[in-house]
Structures are given as structure tokens and as C-alpha cells.
Write a protein that binds this ligand. Structure first.
Ligand SMILES: *Cc1c(COP(=O)(O)O)cnc(C)c1O
Length: 364
């Protein structure tokens, strides 16, 4: 071998492709509706805390994100010692994979599961095992049927991205009960703040009552702090202890920590963001449905729109048509959804423009 060889698995990884960033267009406003970012921006209190932190950029951050863990603990009623913060939940997901997966191991995920899961799995030499979904929804029996003696971890986004569907808490509990005790169940609750269903829970109760389940969460979505990269996990003491051993000592920056702590305690801002999403997600689902397109019922801050396969009306055609009008959605071919586009709920203006453009695309 003449050149350095990456570890096994690394070159099998298809690099993550983020949602397109719109090109500026002369004389036209452009709307990025491709990355599930909030249309409302962050809480003004988060911006003030971030700005105040600028006075001391020479100091290393407090290494355990204590202030932020305590704020999260207060809001969710959790023991701060059972929380780890990270540079986005992406870092946490990768730390979990690094802690529990290695050569010869398997990690189970679902057909349309979040693309970070196969990347984190392969990065550690383990094999992704795909469980089919039903109606674009995770299927507990299909996941359980794919568990083998090699299975070490199960990845489940609930709600899932890019489908927007969810599993009721009874189903999540049935999944946990059916998994061997040594298998870590990762419940990715990135979109849990947007769910208003009586049968849904993010998973805190399951984490608190088992020693093999973790819940991850993020400040990138409803909090509007994606640029700062802040995520967190709540886990049992044994998992928190193991993950903390490999976590970088200063993995969350001081301004990010301060902004996230201010945001999570701004209940008024968060309920406004939730209400905006609820109203416009329902409106988009209805209006796009009326145009004759199938929309998968979503509980998150985006909707998955399905297109016909006939030439001129495909998802790729719609993507090009909308992009030319400054409306940038997310193609989801690499999520095994070649005939769909994912649309993030936007401002009222963006939402109305998307529906008008889709009407023109389909009906001239
Ligand atoms: C957006 C998203 C995240 C959050 O990622 P961050 O690294 O915290 O920005 C996690 N999981 C899923 C399924 C997501 O869509």
C-alpha cells in the first residue's frame, strides 16, 4: 500500500448532502425551505446572551456545559448529571456510535431514517441494517425482526426526518421491551417540540426507567440556533459516563451555551413558534392536497410531498420549477424517496408562494 488507507467502512460512506442554499436572484426574494430551519429566527433573548458572551472570547468554555445542562434540567424536570451537551446533536449521535459500535457490529435503522445514522455507523466500522417502513412510518416488528446477536444499537428518529411521521409512545415502549438489554436504543427527538399528539412522548420516561435508552435533542430546529451547533442527550448514568470519556473537553462554545440556555427558558417565544408551525403545517397539507398531490401527514416542521412519475410532473421537474422561482425545497432521492420533495414550513409569505407556484406547475 503506497498511500494512507482509511479505516474499513470509511470509503463506503456517501457524504451527507445538506439542503441546498439558494443562489441570490436579481429582483427576486429567495426562500430556503430545504433544511428545516425556523422561519422565525431565534429568540431575542438568545441573541442578547450570545452578544454578551462576546466580551470574553479569550476564555475557554466551562467544560461540562453546566449552565446549559441546568437550564435544560429545569425546563424538562431532569437531573443535569444525566445530560450531555454537544456541538449539535450530530456530535452526540457520533459519540454514541463511537462508544457502542465497532467492527462486526450492526446498527438497525429504517428505510427513510435520518442520513447521519448510516454515516455514524460506518464511520465506526459497523454495518447499517435497514428495517422497512409501512406508510412511511417506522415499523417496530420489522426493526425487531432484524435484530441479530451482532446488533448493538437501534437508531430511531421520532418524529422522523424526512417523512414527518411518528411512533406513538406505546410502540416505542414495545420496541424497547422487544430489544435485548445490551442493545442501545437511541431516540432522536429533534422534532419533538412540534408534536401535539396525546399518544406521543419524546422518550424521557423510557430513559429514566431503563439503563439502555437515550434521547437526543437539538437547538437547531424550534430554537432557531442551527448556526451555533448545540444539541444534547438525556441518558442513564452508565451511558452518560461512557460517552463523557470520549467527549472533547470544550465541545460546546460559550456563546452557543449562553444562547441555548436563554432560549430554552423563553417559553413565550417557543409557544409562538409552535403555534406558527401548527397553523401553517395544517394549511400547507390542506392546500397542497387540494392541488391533487399526496402529502404524508406530518407532526414536525416540514411536509413530504409526493409527485407523479409522468414526464413533466415529477419531483425533479417540480424542484427545478420552484427553484427558478426562488423557492428551494429538499430533494430526498438519497432517502429512498425519488418521487418526493420535503418542504419546511416557512413564513406566511413563503408558504403562500409555494402553494401558488405548485398550482402553476401542475395546472398552468
Ligand atoms: C435536524 C436534525 C437533527 C439535529 O441536528 P443538529 O446537529 O443538532 O443540528 C437531528 N436529528 C434529525 C433527525 C434531524 O433532522
Amino acid at each position: 500500500m503506497s498511500s494512507p488507507q482509511p479505516n474499513p467502512g470509511i470509503l463506503d460512506i456517501a457524504p451527507y448532502t445538506p439542503g441546498k442554499t439558494p443562489q441570490p436572484m436579481a429582483g427576486r426574494k429567495v426562500f430556503k425551505l430545504s433544511a428545516n430551519e425556523t422561519p422565525l429566527g431565534p429568540s431575542p433573548k438568545a441573541v442578547a446572551a450570545f452578544t454578551a458572551a462576546a466580551a470574553h472570547l479569550e476564555d475557554y468554555p466551562e467544560g461540562t456545559s453546566r449552565v446549559l445542562r441546568e437550564a435544560i434540567g429545569r425546563v424538562f424536570g431532569l437531573d443535569p448529571d444525566r445530560i450531555i451537551c454537544g456541538a449539535g446533536s450530530d456530535e452526540i449521535l457520533n459519540l454514541l456510535a463511537h462508544t457502542y459500535l465497532g467492527q462486526g457490529d450492526e446498527a438497525v435503522m429504517t428505510t427513510h431514517g435520518f442520513l447521519v445514522y448510516p454515516i455514524a455507523t460506518k464511520a465506526n466500522g459497523a454495518t447499517p441494517v435497514i428495517a422497512p417502513e409501512r406508510e412511511f412510518t417506522a415499523d417496530v416488528d420489522a426493526i425487531l425482526a432484524r435484530v441479530t446477536p451482532r446488533t448493538k444499537l437501534v437508531w430511531l428518529a421520532n418524529p422522523n426526518n424526512p417523512t414527518g411521521t411518528y411512533l406513538p409512545f406505546d410502540e416505542v415502549k414495545r420496541l424497547r421491551a422487544g430489544l435485548p438489554p445490551h442493545v442501545v436504543l437511541v431516540l432522536d427527538a429533534a422534532y419533538s417540540d412540534f408534536v401535539s399528539r396525546n399518544d406521543y412522548q419524546a422518550g424521557i420516561e423510557l430513559v429514566a426507567t431503563t439503563d439502555n435508552t437515550v434521547m437526543t435533542h437539538t437547538f437547531s430546529k424550534i430554537h432557531g440556533l442551527a448556526a451555533l451547533r448545540v444539541g444534547w442527550m438525556f441518558g442513564p448514568a452508565n451511558i452518560v459516563d461512557a460517552v463523557n470519556r470520549i467527549r472533547g473537553p470544550f465541545n460546546v462554545s460559550t456563546p452557543a451555551m449562553a444562547a441555548a440556555a436563554a432560549s430554552i427558558e423563553d417559553a413565550g417565544f417557543l409557544s409562538h413558534a409552535r403555534a406558527h408551525n401548527e397553523t401553517w403545517r395544517a394549511w400547507l397539507t390542506d392546500e397542497i392536497g387540494k392541488l391533487g398531490l399526496k402529502v404524508t401527514p406530518s407532526v414536525a416542521n416540514f411536509v413530504l410531498i409526493h409527485f407523479p412519475t409522468e414526464a413533466g410532473r415529477t419531483a425533479a421537474d417540480a424542484d427545478a420549477f420552484l427553484t427558478a422561482r426562488g423557492l428551494v425545497l429538499r430533494a430526498v432521492k438519497n432517502y429512498q424517496l425519488p418521487h418526493a420533495l420535503r418542504l419546511t414550513v416557512g413564513t406566511e409569505e413563503a408558504n403562500r408562494l409555494v402553494v401558488a407556484a405548485l398550482r402553476e406547475f401542475l395546472h398552468g
